[in-house]
Design a protein around this ligand. Structure first.
Ligand code: ADP
Ligand code: MG
Length: 225
């Protein structure tokens, strides 16, 4: 199935979003703080210590994933657009994502034409590619190959991120980009929303083709400069 995704109606205004993300980060912090307070008391048994420590680590990991999906590379308000060659971003992208991929038995193949010029903010562009790449990797729990291709096609720069992982039903595709929608145990449900938002800011769009048990392909198209 193929579906064009232009979900402005699902997107909160920036301030609303920042507020809910702040809330999502504050929650685990509060929980972690509470456990640390208990741990600082001397009468805690060894077993409780072990349990609380594990929970503190889990809460910190949660805050960490939210930050990774939302603002690893750019402040949300960084709107400065410049001429960006997407093909030169590949190196930065693979440096960031390769350790994560190899940990999960996924090989990443990047195949980009040179000089893919767009008007964008390079940090935000990488944030978007990282989020889509991460999802592709996570969709292949028993490993596989993730293909990232980039080329020009009639005044557009096209980027494709293709996995042969678990795929999605049309209903799931439809929910993509809804804030905090996640089917994962430890998902944030922020990655897709942030990606749609970023690409929209650059005047582009993201299309999705997906089939359960077959895989997913995200196609980003952006106007060339
Ligand atoms: P998260 O990854 O934290 O769950 P995202 O916003 O990045 O949040 O993704 C939302 C949901 O979209 C995921 O939980 C998953 O169900 C679905 N999804 C996104 N990308 C893919 C993909 N490549 N393959 C299968 N499902 C995907
Ligand atoms: Mg994600």
């Amino acid at each position: 199935m193929r579906q064009e995704v232009q979900r402005s109606e699902k997107m909160n205004v920036l301030s609303e979003l920042a507020a809910s993300v702040a809330h999502e980060i504050r929650n685990p912090m509060t929980v972690a703080r509470g456990f640390m307070q208990i741990l600082s008391q001397s009468e805690v048994t060894e077993e409780k210590k072990r349990i609380y420590t594990t929970m503190v680590i889990e809460e910190i990991d949660r805050a960490q994933s939210i930050i990774t999906d939302y603002l690893s590379f750019a402040k949300p308000q960084a709107e400065k657009l410049e001429e960006v060659d997407v093909s030169t971003l590949s190196l930065k992208l693979s440096n960031f994502i390769n350790p994560y991929a190899s940990m999960r038995g996924v090989e990443i193949h990047i195949d980009m034409e040179s000089s893919l010029l767009i008007k964008a903010n390079s940090e935000k562009m990488i944030q978007c590619l990282v989020n889509l790449t991460k999802n592709g990797i996570e969709a292949m729990p028993s490993g596989g190959t993730l293909l990232i291709t980039g080329f020009k096609k009639s005044a557009k720069v096209i980027l494709q991120i293709k996995d042969n992982g678990i795929g999605m039903t049309p209903e799931q595709v439809n929910r993509l980009g809804t804030p905090f929608y996640s089917t994962k145990n430890k998902g944030t449900g922020l990655g897709m929303m942030v990606s749609y938002k970023i690409i929209k800011t650059f005047g582009g769009l993201i299309e999705v083709t997906s089939q359960p048990d077959q895989g997913t392909c995200f196609t980003i198209s952006l106007p060339t400069v």
